[in-house]
Design a protein around this ligand. Structure first.
Ligand code: Q46
Ligand code: ZN
Length: 314
């Protein structure tokens, strides 16, 4: 099949778009998609400093590469979860990419800097992925706020967002639906959180990395068993197989029709945020979920650094 944009042979076939692209046009198309997404949601404004949450996987390395190519001031942060060899290998991919682009990579090692690892948190009542997701949200935001970044960038792609939406709709979790946005605005103690890859599928980010020669970790996390998000992804993939384009239609319908109706609920949620009495992080309760997780992991709680809103624990 010929490239949709030029006369070259197509090397990436996008069934949901009914089009194929040659390598150069495909990379250009990814850049345009990301640039348009950033512009339409005002994700990163001129002069702002972005921090990319880098896991060593294809999505986070692709988004970092795209932001650097688009001329943004974008550093990376790698969070070592302490999941044995898997964490070592994913950290190596993140470091290798940073070196190859001469980019700055901040590193947080949970065992060294926080006092517990994800496997140590796993025996608690929470499932590993729930503790892991909570830790990532808390610690990555904290690094962004402490280091004065304006925006925290994550590599969530169209497949991720469709799977999260599917789970939220299945459970009719309205507060979660209200928060599921490509750009969550900054608030006291929170950096703006943005997802510039929401219009690109997992296949597209993988193809982008292969074409750009980016080495990413392919193996799956050994603690992923029972992850509902992966189960929803598989279900949506079967649907997509039979009806190409279903995932993007599902997500676009949510953004255009339901999201505007959830504005009030989103504002209510933001208004209910106070400060953790132990670590000073934003929370809706007295003690934040991360401090409670730390207690469950059998480690001493964080010292409270400040009573002011907007501060984060060390
Ligand atoms: S790293 Fe963490 Fe994932 Fe592993 S424990 Fe689950 S959430 S599967 S993206
Ligand atoms: Zn706390």
């Amino acid at each position: 099949m010929k490239c949709h944009r030029c006369d070259e042979q197509g090397v990436v076939d996008l069934r949901h778009r009914r089009a194929a692209y040659c390598a150069a046009c495909f990379v250009q198309r990814c850049r345009e998609q990301v640039a348009n997404t950033i512009r339409s949601h005002r994700m990163i404004r001129p002069g702002e400093r972005a921090l990319v949450a880098v896991s060593g996987g294809k999505d986070s390395l692709a988004v970092w590469d795209l932001l650097l190519d688009l001329g943004y001031e974008a550093d990376g942060v790698y969070l070592g979860l302490g999941i044995g060899g898997y964490s070592d290998r994913s950290g190596a991919c993140a470091k290798e990419f940073a070196e190859s682009r001469d980019a700055r990579l901040l590193e947080v090692d949970m065992a060294r800097d926080v006092g517990f690892t994800i496997p140590q948190a796993a025996p608690s009542r929470r499932a590993p992925c729930s503790s892991c997701g909570l830790s990532k949200r808390h610690l990555l935001n904290k690094v962004a706020v402490d280091h004065g970044y304006d925006v925290l960038v994550t590599g969530h792609n169209l497949d991720d967002e469709a799977a999260v939406l599917f789970g939220n709709v299945l459970n009719w979790n309205l507060p979660y639906l209200a928060r599921q946005r490509p750009a969550l605005p900054e608030a006291p103690g929170f950096a703006r959180r943005v997802k510039p890859l929401v219009r690109l599928t997992e296949r597209e980010t993988a193809a982008y990395c292969v074409i750009r020669g980016i080495d990413y970790i392919i193996e799956e996390c050994p603690m992923a068993a029972g992850n509902r998000h992966l189960m929803y992804k598989e279900m949506l993939n079967s649907l997509e197989e039979r009806a190409p384009g279903s995932k993007s239609t599902f997500l676009r319908g949510f953004s255009e029709r339901l999201m505007p109706l959830l504005e009030d609920l989103a504002a209510e949620e933001r208004a209910g945020v106070g400060t953790c009495s132990r670590c000073g992080s934003p929370t809706t309760g007295d003690v934040c979920a991360f401090c409670r997780l730390r207690d469950q992991a059998g480690r001493p709680p964080a010292r409270r650094r400040s009573g002011r809103r907007g501060r984060r624990p060390a």
